[in-house]
Design a protein around this ligand. Structure first.
Ligand code: VG1
Ligand code: CO
Length: 545
């Protein structure tokens, strides 16, 4: 077995975004592109030498090729053992669970999450550290700096490993162990929820249930947990076979990209509970009969009801939400007298708070929720949590649970408007207009509400003191309303502008379901301040969630 050092150009733009490095598959297919980035990771993570690395992905096109390359590079870089999911599969939360359970020193998760896959789609790679979570900013920045100077990568020559065969084999002195991708994860979730109660709920004839895996990674996980362990009919898990191109779909669980599920549950009322997950299994959409649960509300409801699930029966230490997520969880934290943190967008900012035990639950408006059981967001975890909740509150529905929640805590009307693949210059121009206006905004009014603060969000990590600036423009009307604008850090084409709107309504008599109408003054104000539609010539957002 010979180790080779292969010369490589350093590639432009290998800067990890909100969640790892994401590029078109064709970009990753350039000779040396994947290798340069992976070598930069190995160079910046010397702790991997002599230790265990976890490796797997969401099964999208290029996943298997990338895994074979990474295995040969791991052997050349002194890694002792690699745990790889069978078939190259590991959902993002499962990878996190495997890293933690097997005390691995890190993991490489191959996914572009909710971005479309296939030869013309996207690919991605993310480095997770020993706590099972995404590498913090200091690490991703170091990796980026390394990609700019790298000149060679290390690799051994070896035959491809049979990824479909469970068991161990050697590449040189390195052990490659192909593991069942579901076992560790299923065992972990089994200890958190009341499986007997959920089984009884799913067995009821009058409880109509469906989970949509969107032909992405959660198929095998959902089958094991929902069908095999909890007895749901096999037919209730749809699109359960992971496909390299997700069946041509956009594996993003929201009303726009999962329209059939949305129609069945929300519009037609044919389902009592429905859920979907994304490409790599870390997102969740929760639907009930006639109602789509806003992700921010979902986090708030789970926090308020956490003690109903056995794994959280002793209560939660605190909650955290990303800055653009609505302040619904804050209201619950106040009532529970626990800490509530506001972090920048992206799961990597929750890691320190979870490690320090300051928070138990956290989430984002982008259909991400999870807890301290892993260090990633976890789609099926949220689904099981909601099922546990429904089982523990007999006679109630998703809608009645939400209405009771709003009655007690008030309702945070919420919506996100995305303008996708906008010209990068135009997107910057629009945001710069708002940025320039910020200092003069306090004191002005939006539809009768007084602006109390306007800034560019900066975060100081309460655990390690690290600072992150430029995390999104905020216009705040006290506790009543907020408008936020930021650029996406996960896209691969042009720029995506995200506008977030939040309005608080305390009076239960005024909590009708007219979200966009309620938010209209904020929407109009955003356009007036950014000029986004005028600058881009777009009449409306591409996606409204
Ligand atoms: C988006 C979401 C963010 C999420 C990230 C990764 O990032 O807004 O909340 O953490 O995707 O999710 P951005 O920078 O495009 O707004 V996943 O499921 O794509 O890994
Ligand atoms: Co994802």
């Amino acid at each position: 077995m010979s180790m080779r050092e292969v010369a490589t150009p350093s590639f432009e733009g290998q800067k990890p975004g909100t969640s790892g490095l994401r590029k078109k598959v064709t970009v990753f297919q350039q000779p040396g592109y994947l290798e340069s980035f992976v070598q930069a990771v190995f160079d910046c993570a010397p702790e991997l030498q002599g230790g265990t690395l976890v490796l797997g992905g969401d099964g999208r096109f290029f996943n298997r090729n990338a895994i074979q390359t990474i295995l040969r590079m791991a052997a050349a870089n002194g890694i002792d053992r690699v745990l790889v999911g069978q078939g190259g599969i590991l959902s993002t939360p499962a990878a996190s669970a495997v890293i933690r359970r097997h005390r691995a020193r890190g993991g490489l998760v191959l996914s572009a999450s909710h971005n479309p896959g296939g030869p013309d789609g996207d690919f991605g790679i993310k480095y997770n550290i020993a706590n099972g979570g995404p590498a913090p900013e200091a690490v991703t920045e170091a990796i980026y700096r390394r990609t700019q100077t790298i000149r060679q990568y290390r690799i051994v020559d070896a035959d491809p490993v049979d990824l479909d065969q469970i068991g161990s084999r050697k590449i040189g002195t390195m052990t490659v162990t192909v593991i069942d991708p579901v076992d560790d994860y299923a065992m972990l979730l089994g200890g958190l929820f009341d499986f007997d109660a959920i089984r009884a709920l799913l067995a009821r004839k009058d409880f109509r249930f469906r989970f949509d895996a969107m032909h992405a990674v959660t198929g095998p996980y959902a089958r094991r947990l929902l069908v095999e362990m909890l007895g749901a009919p096999a037919s209730s898990v749809v699109n359960a076979v992971p496909l390299e191109d997700f069946g041509g779909g956009h594996p993003d669980p929201n009303p726009v990209y999962a329209p059939e599920l949305y129609k069945a549950a929300v519009l037609d009322g044919e389902l009592d509970f429905a859920a979907a997950s994304d490409g790599d299994g870390d997102r969740n959409m929760i639907l009930g009969k006639g109602i789509a649960v806003t992700p921010s509300d979902s986090l708030a409801v789970l926090a308020a009801n956490a003690t109903l699930a056995p794994g959280y029966a002793r209560g939660i230490s605190g909650v955290a939400r990303s800055m653009p997520t609505s302040r619904a969880p804050d209201a619950v934290a106040r009532a529970l007298k626990i800490e509530c943190f506001e972090t920048p967008t992206g799961w990597k900012f929750f890691g320190n708070l979870l490690d320090a035990g300051r928070i138990t639950l956290c989430g984002e408006e982008s259909y991400g929720t999870s807890s301290d059981h892993v260090r990633e967001k976890d789609g099926l975890w949220a689904v099981l949590f909601w099922l546990n909740l429904l089982a523990a509150r007999p006679g109630e529905t998703v809608l009645s649970i939400l209405q009771a929640h709003w009655k007690r805590y008030g309702r945070h009307y919420y919506s996100r408007h995305d303008y996708e693949a906008v010209d990068a210059g135009q997107a910057t121009e629009a945001l710069n207009q708002l940025r320039a206006a910020l200092p003069a905004l306090p004191g002005q009014k939006i539809g009768g509400l007084v602006i109390t603060a306007a800034d560019d969000f900066a975060y100081r990590d309460p655990v390690d003191g690290s600072e992150s600036k430029g995390q999104g423009l905020r216009v705040i009307c006290g506790e009543q309303a907020r408008l936020i604008a930021r650029l996406s850090g996960t896209g691969t084409e042009g720029a995506t502008v995200r506008l977030y709107f939040e309005l608080y309504e305390a009076d239960p008599a005024k909590q009708a379901d007219d979200v966009q109408t309620r938010l209209q003054p904020l929407i109009d104000f955003a356009e007036a301040q950014t000029g986004l539609r005028k600058i881009t010539g777009r009449a409306a957002p591409d996606v409204i969630t």
